[in-house]
Design a protein. Structure first.
Length: 175
């Protein structure tokens, strides 16, 4: 279905090919083939423009929502829950928790070039960690270390499983 905008764009593209109002040739078989080829090029270009526009409309950012929360809100919830839990563990001395501006394997290089820090807990089920921006530093009232402990290579799923095992120790064996 051709919209008025499509028609206008098509006319502008034809003018780019034929400036100063010069009409595209027509009449002979060769001229008809040229016109047909030009129309196919214009159609391809319009398809590319449409795909680019659709891709831009599908961009996911912090304001993307599931209808209830934006990604920014969910990230803030995660950070607050993480801070509350780590702060409580530190206060109770239940698990070793700490925060640092540096990873263990790069003690002289700030995380992501600066402005980010890591929080880490050593649980009976294994290590868990998260990275946060510097403006969240004071939310974590836990010990600061020169570098984080050596990373054990856990994936986000493994960290989630380790936390889940704490909430249901009978499935993971007594902790």
């Amino acid at each position: 279905m051709t919209t008025p905008e499509d028609t206008e764009l098509r006319e502008k593209l034809i003018l780019i090919r034929y400036p100063d109002g010069i009409e595209p040739p027509n009449g002979s078989a060769i001229n008809e083939m040229v016109r047909h080829a030009q129309e196919k090029q214009i159609d391809r270009l319009m398809n590319l423009i449409t795909l680019h526009t659709q891709k831009a409309e599908l961009e996911v950012n912090g304001n993307t929502s599931d209808g209830y929360h934006t990604l920014n809100e969910l990230y803030e919830y995660r950070m607050q829950y993480n801070a509350a839990l780590f702060n409580e563990w530190a206060l109770q001395k239940k698990y070793k928790v700490h925060k640092s501006w540096y990873h263990a394997d790069e003690p002289n290089k700030p995380i992501f070039g600066g402005g980010w820090f890591i929080v880490m807990a050593e649980l009976p089920t294994g290590q868990i960690s998260n990275l946060y921006e510097s403006h969240d530093w004071e939310e974590f009232q836990i010990p600061e270390t020169p570098t984080a402990h050596a990373f054990d290579g856990h994936t986000p799923q493994e960290a989630l499983d380790r936390i889940a095992q704490l909430t249901n120790p009978t499935e993971a064996g007594e902790l």
